[in-house]
Design a protein around this ligand. Structure first.
Ligand code: 6PG
Length: 480
């Protein structure tokens, strides 16, 4: 055995991770169910790996893979989430020995990770749920890596993942975020935030086009400009790239020939489902997830469009001022989306006793991952100043930013409604903010109604206890 680590599943993400690991001078054993992918990887990149001081050791079977790795072994599984992952784990377990570590590097649901972790524990094996973000390019050149699992597992895995991750200010964007499901949980929330971020960007584009009547190429310039300031991020930069692209077939802007039904593989949906169970109002992520779902209901869209027409209403705007307003609305809504996402991370952490450090998380999301942004460094600073922040919204830096952008945020939501251009994520994040700061919420009325129709009881603001009013009788109040 001579490999430090092994990896099975050599589709693009797996191959790129393996190449990245080898490029840091590490010997990695590689395997794929169909041998062809493995031999191709060695043919195409074996020499390059050796030149970089590492090595890709080709293995034709899982037995060979296990035999090639030094003990205690660490085996990364990079296959499709769900049944395919279970099948590989099942084949691996009998080949491994106590103390060995199985790493699932896919996007898994935390319940699956917890289930696999307990199953492997029965064999004295360690299971790691590892979130890897950054897409294919990131996997090859430096992703952000969120490891969940035991200290024992991280002892061997840690140096390898820290060597391949993106680096920001000398700090690798990889860390041991907590035990068992913590890594996959935070990666799921990362993706939820990614959904919200993209929806806010999409709404910004739609408003600049539908209200300010800018063309895609002009909007690309706007995003290009935004990427020079506080909004600087990977997704903003990429938006400029997508919007400036011209379709080769038709000569049309690429954005105009793409079907407008957004897909999803599930991590956004899981984030919202789990948020409902945890009782965390991740309204921005939910709006983003539902917006994708709505976009796919083409029959309903057609029927409603045909019934009501698809006209928007002209709203007189000063284009330059409107562009600045949209930037402010985008920034403020983004603060809300991240505040909600971090709330969910901390709620999950409390529920499972993971002790996730939000500052550490912001640190490893600064580079490599899809939501990487200048913004994340501000979040890191906010938690460094106060580890017990109630909400990112009240961290001094973000509170100032929201205060500065608030009037613009309101104008954008009003204009969107007047124009008939949907801006669900902008509107719901503003409503979230206003609800949190409201002195009295109409939840009091909801409580009154619940008590009236169902004797569901209520609490009072002026004394302790639980009460019920005899609504159908003499309307006296009784302590329940
Ligand atoms: C990443 C991405 C990656 C993938 C997601 C989103 O962090 O590198 O989030 O994991 O793009 O699965 O995919 P969907 O939009 O299809 O749900």
């Amino acid at each position: 055995a001579r490999a430090t680590i092994g990896l099975t599943g050599l589709a693009v993400m797996g191959s790129n991770l393996a190449r990245n690991i080898a490029s840091r001078g590490t010997t990695i054993a590689v395997h794929n169910r169909s041998t062809e992918k493995m031999t191709r990887l060695l043919d195409e990149h074996g020499d390059e790996a050796r030149e970089q001081g590492g090595e890709l050791v080709g293995c034709e079977s899982l037995e060979d893979l296990v035999a090639a790795i030094e003990k205690p072994r660490t085996v990364i599984v990079m296959v499709k989430a769900g049944e395919a992952t279970d099948a590989v784990i099942e084949d691996l377990v009998p080949l491994l020995e106590p103390g060995d570590v199985v790493v699932d590097a896919g996007n898994a649901h935390v319940d699956d990770t917890l289930r696999r972790q307990s199953a492997l524990e029965e064999h004295d094996l360690h299971f790691v749920g590892m979130g890897v973000s950054g897409g294919e390019e990131g996997a090859l050149n430096g992703p952000s890596i969120m490891v969940g699992g035991s200290e024992h597992a991280y002892a061997n895995l840690g140096p390898v993942v820290e060597s391949i991750a993106a680096v920001v200010d000398g700090t690798p964007c990889a860390a041991h975020v907590g035990p068992d499901g913590a890594g996959h949980f935070v990666k799921m929330v990362h993706n939820g935030i990614e959904y919200a971020d993209m929806q806010l960007i999409a709404e910004s584009y739609d408003l600049l086009r539908g209200v300010a009547r800018l063309e895609p190429a002009q909007i690309a310039e706007v995003f290009h400009g935004w990427n020079e300031g506080d909004l600087e991020s990977f997704l903003i930069e990429m938006t400029a790239d997508v919007l400036s692209h011209t379709d080769a077939d038709t000569g049309q802007p690429f954005i105009d020939v793409v079907a407008d039904a957004a897909e999803q593989k599930g991590t956004g949906r899981w984030t919202v489902q789990i948020a409902l169970d945890l009782g965390v109002p991740v309204t921005g992520i939910a709006e983003a997830t539902f917006a994708r779902s709505l976009s796919g209901h083409t029959d309903q869209r057609k029927a409603v469009r045909e019934t009501f027409g698809s006209d928007t209403h002209d709203v007189e705007v000063d284009v330059e001022a409107f562009v600045d307003d949209v930037a402010s609305a985008l920034y403020a809504s983004k603060v809300v989306a991240y505040a909600q996402g971090f709330d969910q991370v901390m709620a999950g952490s409390r529920e499972h006793d993971w002790d996730v450090d939000p500052g550490q998380l912001a640190t490893i999301w600064r580079g490599g991952c899809i939501i990487r942004a200048r913004f994340l460094d501000r979040i890191r600073e906010a938690y460094a100043e106060n580890g017990d922040l109630t909400s990112l919204l009240v961290a001094p830096f973000f509170a100032d930013a929201v205060r500065d952008g608030l009037a613009a945020w309101r104008r954008v939501v009003v204009i969107a409604a007047q124009a008939g251009v949907p801006a669900p994520a902008f509107a719901s994040s503003l409503a979230y903010f206003d609800a949190l700061r409201r002195d009295r919420l109409p939840a009091a009325l909801v409580q009154g109604l619940r008590d009236n129709f169902g004797a569901h009881t209520y609490q009072r603001i002026d004394k302790d206890g639980t009460f019920h009013t005899t609504w159908a009788g003499d309307r006296t109040e009784h302590e329940a």
